[in-house]
Ligand binder design. Structure first.
Ligand code: AMP
Ligand code: MG
Length: 286
């Protein structure tokens, strides 16, 4: 095993995974490990080694939020069933203090949500200053499931690309750093993961008979994903495309993207708003 696994990133993940418009999504190798030259054991070791830094950075964000800071981070997770969105939440987001996390999953809109525009429920779930927001699925479903299942006329969903970009520009301008991650597993891997959900009673709750319908529309979903990536990857809200057949790689990659995003805020610990020495003296005298 490598002494310093960090060096096994031959290209930083922010660079290796950042979506380049026009790249052919159907050519993605789902078992590849872009940028990473190490093996699984090295990857798992680096993931574990990152935990304290990630936790510290998130705590600094939280601390700034408590002392008047306006920054927040939003991690958007997109991917079809079994792509590993839940695993990212458990294993990557799970490394930080849950007090500072605002997690939200987006399913079929409820009756109440349907009374409003599609961004209504999204706006309500945006992270407050100091928080790490995590979206398991997101506003982008409006150009994915809505498009593939023809839930809206073409004329309507076509307008969403522009709306999504305008919305994210507004969110970014308000102080939220947006990190968008799209996870992709191969059709074979998806089949195996669905089979496991059927085999294991502890996974039945994750299985949805509708997943097979989605699977049968894979080519249409890939067209929709391709266009989503090409049209909604912007400077303030870039997409990172993560091949996810190897769970350890996907988790490591998202950990690195998140760590890098938090580092880029360059927050440090907020300065005390009181006289530290005076307080020490008061404490000693108490
Ligand atoms: P899960 O992520 O397994 O809980 O599944 C959530 C389901 O909600 C998926 O089948 C999504 O396609 C569906 N979904 C999410 N957003 C929308 C939306 N805006 N319109 C219709 N279905 C949606
Ligand atoms: Mg599901």
């Amino acid at each position: 095993m490598a002494k310093n696994p960090e060096k096994l990133w031959k290209t930083p993940p922010e660079e290796a995974l950042r979506w380049v418009r026009g790249t052919d999504l159907t050519a993605l190798d789902h078992s590849s490990t872009p940028g990473w030259a190490g093996k699984r054991a090295d990857g798992e070791r680096l993931l574990a080694a990152r935990a304290p830094e990630l936790a510290d950075l998130q705590e600094q964000l939280f601390a700034h939020g408590r002392t008047g800071g306006d920054r927040s981070v939003l991690l958007v997770l997109q991917g079809l069933d079994t792509a590993g969105k839940g695993g990212i939440v458990r294993h990557v987001v799970g490394m930080v203090d849950p007090q500072g996390v605002q997690h939200r999953g987006f399913g079929v809109p409820t009756a109440e949500e349907q009374q409003h525009g599609y961004l209504w429920r999204i706006r309500n779930a945006l992270p407050r200053p100091g928080y790490l927001g995590v979206f398991d699925r997101s506003h982008h479903e409006q150009v994915l499931v809505v498009r593939v299942n023809r839930l809206e006329p073409v004329k309507t969903w076509r307008k969403h690309f522009r709306e999504l970009n305008d919305f994210e520009a507004e969110v970014a301008a308000s102080g939220t750093l947006i990190v968008k991650v799209a996870l992709f597993v191969s059709a074979d891997e998806q089949k195996e993961r669905l089979a496991e959900r059927l085999e294991r009673p502890d996974k039945h709750w994750k299985y949805d008979p509708g997943d097979i319908d989605v699977r049968s529309k894979l080519p249409e979903y890939l067209v929709a994903y391709q266009e989503m990536l090409d049209r909604t990857s912007t400077a303030v809200a870039p997409w990172y495309v993560v091949p996810a057949n190897r769970k350890w790689y996907a988790r490591l990659a998202v950990t690195e993207l998140l760590t890098d995003a938090l580092r880029s805020l360059d927050l440090g610990w907020p300065a005390a708003t009181f006289d530290v020495e005076a307080e020490k003296a008061r404490l000693a005298a108490s």
